[in-house]
Ligand binder design. Structure first.
Ligand code: GLY
Ligand code: MN
Ligand code: MN
Length: 430
């Protein structure tokens, strides 16, 4: 049995129950229904972030029912075949697992239906035990609290499941209540343990950047640089948090270019925007390297402007300011960055994307952008300039933990200044 501490997830479940009880003081019956993601034989399984946040479980097809009295039942799919013949591990209906996961009960969703892999397509018999439980809650005028998935992958499976449940339990729809915003506000504020996990993801990503820089030289391919990055991720038991971007020359002006089919040419820049996802937590770090080991005068001028913008904003970032708020531009990091770029020579024209986003279990993590920054937030600060006519794209992105005193960079050891970037790229020449 896997050795892992599940106390933190039980604690989060109790916090969620406490905040729902506060919000619905007169509600006697109700339960939160959280859904795991589903597998596909085309992409590696990735758990739904919210399900992981409240369970720590990294397996597909499960449902967690968390009652307002604080008790929880984990529902497992029942298979016709022995799943462990096909995939490693698995949680079983056993007192040991119940004790370790700190749930009050583990049950099957219903009858055995699927061969060895869960699917979101089911009929009454396959989910009859969970359906009976939900129907008991609804009959007592209780609420079923659900969270809308925040990424396309999770949304697909969960929407199918939720629609099917409402078809099988026609009275469910009027009792369903979306608590995505309550969950997002919990997930937005990171505990010290989560900060440590984010540091680990950033450390692996920094090593990957050093590997990338060591491969950069004229004639090299974007694909080989990406291979060097993902070698580091794989060896560290991490995975890319999003499709790795290695974009040279004109490709660097395409914000989410991920083809990696170009060749690095002397005199070009290469934007490397990569992040490790390690134990579910994501890093998102970008550097811009000169293929020849040195910037041209023009590239250097623009690089310095981007770097100065990032440093200016990182010095300002603290609780009370906004990531972006068009109605409070003097306290909005995005608008302050645009103003800074404008004052440096109307360069805000070449900055087409947002300055940053929340970071955590998802690379574009949940969190209400309409609320100002608070201690415990983790954000990216990623100014960039893109001049397609000159074939120049530059972005510098680091990850910052907002503390009462200001922003702490989680990736501060990775080269960023012009001289340090030169040294890193040139170290592999000769
Ligand atoms: N790598 C995606 C982003 O920077 O938001
Ligand atoms: Mn990025
Ligand atoms: Mn980013």
């Amino acid at each position: 049995m896997e050795k892992k501490e599940y106390g933190i997830y039980a604690q989060r479940r109790q916090e969620l129950v406490a905040s729902l009880k506060k919000e619905y003081p007169s509600l006697k019956t109700g339960a939160v229904l959280l859904s795991a993601n589903y597998e596909s034989d085309r992409i590696r399984f990735l758990q739904d972030s919210t399900f992981y946040y409240f369970t720590g479980i990294n397996e597909p097809g499960m449902q967690l029912l968390l009652n307002l009295d604080g008790t929880s039942v984990l529902y497992l799919p029942k298979f016709k075949q022995n799943r462990s013949l096909w995939v490693k591990g698995g949680i079983e209906l056993s007192p040991e697992w119940k004790k370790q996961l700190l749930v009050d009960d583990i049950r099957f969703l219903g009858k055995a239906g699927m061969s060895y892999s869960p699917t979101p397509f089911f009929d009454q018999a396959l989910w009859q035990d969970l359906l009976a439980n939900l129907s008991g809650i609804i009959n007592k005028a209780g609420k079923i609290f659900i969270a809308k998935a925040d990424d396309g992958l999770s949304r697909f499976g969960q929407t199918i499941v939720q629609r099917k449940l409402m078809q099988l339990l026609p009275t469910m729809e009027q009792n369903v209540c979306d608590i995505s915003s309550v969950i997002a506000s919990m997930r937005r504020s990171k505990s010290n343990d989560e900060i440590e996990s984010l540091y680990n993801a950033c450390d692996i990503t920094s090593v990957a950047h050093e590997a990338a820089a060591s491969l950069i030289e004229p004639g090299q391919t974007e694909a080989r640089v990406r291979a060097g990055i993902e070698y580091v991720f794989t060896e560290a038991e991490a995975r890319p948090a999003y499709p790795s971007i290695v974009a040279s020359g004109h490709n660097a002006t395409v914000l989410h270019y991920s083809d990696c089919t170009g060749e690095l040419k002397a005199g070009d820049l290469v934007v490397v925007d990569v992040g490790a996802q390690y134990e579910q937590y994501c890093a998102d770090i970008t550097r811009t390297y000169p293929v020849s080991g040195k910037f041209t005068a023009r590239q250097r001028e623009l690089y310095q402007i981007v770097l100065d913008t990032q440093e200016y904003i990182a010095d300002l970032a603290k609780p009370g300011l906004w990531l972006s708020n068009p109605d409070e531009q003097d306290a909005s990091l995005h608008h302050l960055a645009c103003k800074f770029l404008k004052e440096r020579g109307d360069y805000d024209r070449y900055f087409p994307h947002g300055l940053g986003h929340f970071l955590g279990l998802d690379v574009h993590d949940v969190g209400d952008h309409n609320k100002p920054l608070e201690a415990g937030d983790v954000i990216t600060i990623e100014p960039g300039l893109y001049l397609p006519k000159e074939g120049i794209g530059i972005r510098i992105e680091d990850n910052f933990w907002i503390t009462p005193k200001g922003a702490v960079c989680l990736s501060h050891d990775l080269a960023r200044s012009v001289d340090d970037i030169y040294e890193l790229v040139q170290s592999n020449f000769n």
